[in-house]
Design a protein around this ligand. Structure first.
Ligand SMILES: [Ca+2]
Length: 238
């Protein structure tokens, strides 16, 4: 490792892992050196080895929150960057299934038979949960930012041993859709004892850049009057 001052006149080698730019003859970072995260000695050098989108920006930092973002937020030459993948908290509405409009939880859309469940031992938290019966589905469409990862989680309880569940996150673009996450739970694998719920969660694939919404859907198959009790659904930027 060389320790000479790279700014010294007449020096041909740069210090540490910094090397001379063959074009401008100022110091630049060696692109392959992991020990040299910044180049404080040559802030004016027009090279920026680690920033493929801003090859002429001398102070273009990595943008780990939004690697697909075409701009860098702190770069004066790229002022339009907005990193979308910063959590804004809970995205889903009424995930706790506490508010109902008739038999359907507020902000959700039901296909088939769903009911408000308030019996002790059949609610995970709060005063109510939702029971989803055979061949029924419950869904909600929420706004999202393309290019981000999202986490879905929920608590489930089976009213009967023969209850199966599929939870799906589908990203929606203006003219396209793409499944970003599926969680399958086979019949018999959901706890059925009173006050027993399983916690399920998963992280989506990266939302397509053009995606503007996501549909979170729960589909149930069961025998007869058996049903899934769903409560405390959460969806947020991962
Ligand atoms: Ca609840």
């Amino acid at each position: 490792m060389k320790t000479n001052n790279c700014n010294e006149k007449g020096t041909t080698d740069c210090c540490c892992c910094i090397m001379r730019c063959p074009i401008c003859f100022k110091c630049i970072r060696c692109p392959d050196c992991p020990e040299c995260p910044e180049c404080p000695d040559c802030p004016e050098c027009p090279k920026c080895p680690d920033c493929p989108e801003c090859p002429e920006c001398p102070k273009c930092p990595d943008c780990p929150e939004c690697p697909d973002c075409p701009k860098c937020p702190d770069c004066p030459d790229c002022p339009k960057c907005e990193c979308p993948c910063v959590s804004k908290g809970q995205i889903i509405k009424n995930g706790g299934m506490e508010m109902f409009d008739g038999n359907v939880p507020t902000a959700w859309t039901a296909v088939g038979r769903v009911l408000r469940e308030t019996a002790r031992g059949r609610v995970h938290s709060g005063n109510s949960a939702v029971a989803i019966y055979n061949d029924a589905a419950l869904s909600q469409i929420v706004p999202i930012e393309g290019g981000c990862f999202y986490e879905l989680s929920f608590f489930g309880h089976g009213e009967g041993a023969n209850v199966g569940l599929t939870a799906t996150v589908t990203f929606l673009s203006a003219d396209d859709s793409e499944v970003g996450l599926e969680i399958f739970v086979l019949h018999g694998d959901i706890p059925t004892s009173n006050r027993q719920f399983s916690f399920y969660n998963g992280i989506t694939t990266r939302a397509p850049i053009g995606a503007i919404k996501a549909e979170i859907a729960f589909s149930v198959t069961s025998n007869g009057e058996q049903n899934l009790i769903l409560d405390d659904v959460s969806f947020s930027v991962q």
